[in-house]
Design a protein around this ligand. Structure first.
Ligand code: FAD
Length: 261
């Protein structure tokens, strides 16, 4: 990931659903930004003191904190970058900032990091994700071949949060409407366990809350499924700031390594 900070200005913003806000950033610092970066991520710097979360103060004594966000789209000619922010109620620096943002506000970012795209040689695809993963899944659905087949299980907190997606007609979009994050994890895992296995090798793509990542990984490992590939990641952790989430991920990876060895 490129680590030299880029300074960007907010060009426009719009709600694409009650819980998802698209913010378009612009700036000359995007002149050398990677053209094919959509689905990859950037880290955005926020003021740590803006958070209402007291745990954040305990986890970091820094003035700024970094948060990861998916590149929903990048238009190189205009030097414009779209990011979809989840407006979650459990306020952290990023959600507070994205709620209150105004045109002209300036942020620093680093990145982009690697893309999170499926391997297109798979026979079929299955996506599982909550709102935080919807931007990356939306990019994947736009990029896979129009003849692709499979499923996308997408959790949203309310029926109003279901949005139009550009996807191949052979990929069934299944909205999982569930406002409770813990229940949402259970429902997405239930969809994974009950998945109709199609012919050939699938690419399984899962991202969202920490327990979704753990449950999906456990299921795929214990069932020894034949896969063309997989991407299983956690994007946030219920009750933890991103600093706490990072520590939990690190610990979890260390434990699974010990279990394998
Ligand atoms: C590779 C990657 C890509 C990501 N892409 C996106 C993206 O495109 N859009 C996006 O919105 N997020 C995305 N995320 C997730 C985002 O980085 C986290 O949600 C981040 O914690 C938000 O920061 P915050 O300052 O709002 O909250 P934090 O300070 O990190 O946490 C404060 C509180 O908010 C809760 N919280 C954090 N995130 C959520 C959530 N999504 N829903 C409900 N409660 C939450 C925490 O559990 C905690 O209690 C991505 C993460 C990764 C690793």
């Amino acid at each position: 990931m490129a680590v030299t900070p880029r300074s960007l200005r907010v060009l426009k913003q719009r709600l694409i659903s009650p819980n998802l806000k698209r913010i378009t950033f612009v700036g000359d610092d995007l002149a050398d930004f990677s053209i094919n970066s959509a689905s990859g991520y950037v880290k955005i710097f926020f003021d740590a003191n803006s958070a209402s979360s007291s745990t954040l103060a305990l986890e970091t004594n820094q003035k700024t904190v970094k948060r990861s966000f998916t590149i929903r789209a990048f238009r190189e000619n205009e030097c414009e970058l779209d990011i979809d922010f989840v407006l979650h109620d459990d306020y952290g620096p990023a959600s507070i900032w994205s709620n209150a943002v105004t045109v002209g506000d300036v942020v620093s970012i680093v990145g982009p990091g690697p893309t999170k795209l499926v391997d297109q040689s798979a026979d079929w695809f299955a996506f599982f994700g909550d709102l935080s993963a919807l931007p990356a899944i939306a990019v994947n659905l736009e990029k896979i071949h129009s003849s692709s087949v499979g499923f996308a299980f997408l959790q949203v907190p309310s029926i109003e949060s279901c949005i139009d997606l550009e996807a191949p007609s052979g990929v069934e979009i299944c909205w999982v409407v569930q406002p409770n994050p813990k229940e949402a994890v259970n429902e997405l895992l239930k969809s994974l366990r009950g998945l109709t296995w199609m012919k050939g090798n699938p690419y399984i793509w899962v991202a969202g809350e920490f327990e979704l990542m753990r449950g999906a990984r456990k299921f795929l490992k214990s069932n020894k499924k034949q896969l063309a590939g997989s991407y299983i990641s956690s994007y946030w952790k219920f009750g933890a700031t991103q600093e706490g989430h990072r520590k939990a991920k690190f610990l979890d990876a260390a434990i699974s390594k010990v279990q394998i060895n």
